[in-house]
Structures are given as structure tokens and as C-alpha cells.
Design a protein around this ligand. Structure first.
Ligand SMILES: Cc1cc2nc3c(=O)[nH]c(=O)nc-3n(C[C@H](O)[C@H](O)[C@H](O)COP(=O)(O)OP(=O)(O)OC[C@H]3O[C@@H](n4cnc5c(N)ncnc54)[C@H](O)[C@@H]3O)c2cc1C
Length: 98
């Protein structure tokens, strides 16, 4: 099998517009990568070995929050995640992000 060309590797800091990307795995992580890459102008193909969203994601309680953790390194991360959750909810009004 030939070595993959370095030209096919997308640096996460390089512009995505005009790129053709394949994202492997359609759980919450892959779906988010695919969605945001497409928003940034890439043409994205999202593939999954099974049914999209049927991996660990299907069992998630879908809790996002920063309650009870206001100090330490995880507090900032959780606060950012909460802000991103609200941003996504506003960006996708058709989705039941509650
Ligand atoms: C009971 C439970 C409750 C949870 N509650 C929460 C919560 O409240 N809040 C929270 O933030 N997190 C929670 N989590 C954690 C969260 O669910 C996971 O961190 C998250 O869903 C992982 O998403 P993922 O996209 O990485 O993986 P997955 O959802 O597993 O997606 C990976 C996908 O990749 C596909 N795949 C794998 N290998 C290949 C391959 N070689 N080729 C093609 N496709 C492939 C799989 O079929 C799958 O669809 C919970 C987890 C569990 C188990």
C-alpha cells in the first residue's frame, strides 16, 4: 500500500475553504468536526462503519454544564463548553438543543 502523501494531511491551522475532507466516525466528535469544517468551506464526506450516532454517543446523558466546578483547570473548559453549547443552539434553531 502506498504511503499517504503529506499533501493529503490537513494541518488544523490551515484554511479549510476549498478542501475535500473525509471524516471517519459519525459520533458527536466526528459530526462536530464535519459540521464545523463544512461551515468553514470544506467539502466534507462523513463516513461511519455503522449507523451515525450509534456509538458511545447514543448512550450519552447529553449533560453539558459547569455547575459545581468553578475552580481548577477543568472549570474554564466546562465554562467554554457551556458557552459553545449556547452558541450552537442559537446557530441551529431547528435542532432541539435544550
Ligand atoms: C452512559 C454514558 C453517559 C454519558 N454521558 C455524558 C454526558 O452527559 N455528557 C458528556 O459530555 N459525555 C457523556 N458521555 C461521554 C460521551 O458520550 C462520549 O465521550 C462521546 O459520545 C464520544 O463520542 P465520539 O464521537 O468520540 O465516539 P462515538 O459516539 O463512539 O463515535 C465513534 C464513531 O466512529 C465509528 N467508527 C469507529 N471506528 C471506525 C472505523 N474504523 N471506520 C468507520 N467508522 C468507525 C463508530 O461506528 C462510531 O459511530 C457518556 C458516556 C456514557 C457511556
Amino acid at each position: 500500500m502506498p504511503e499517504p502523501s503529506r499533501n493529503n494531511v490537513v494541518n488544523v491551522l490551515s484554511p479549510l475553504a476549498g478542501r475535500n475532507l473525509v471524516v471517519v466516525g459519525a459520533g458527536i466528535v466526528g459530526a462536530s468536526v464535519a459540521y464545523h469544517a463544512a461551515r468553514a468551506g470544506a467539502t466534507v464526506t462523513l463516513v461511519d462503519a455503522g449507523r451515525p450516532g450509534a456509538g458511545v454517543t447514543v448512550d450519552s446523558f447529553a449533560w453539558v454544564g459547569a455547575s459545581g466546578l468553578r475552580k481548577g483547570p477543568a472549570a474554564g473548559l466546562r465554562a467554554t463548553a457551556t458557552a459553545e453549547y449556547h452558541r450552537l443552539g442559537a446557530e441551529l434553531p431547528g435542532l432541539p438543543v435544550t
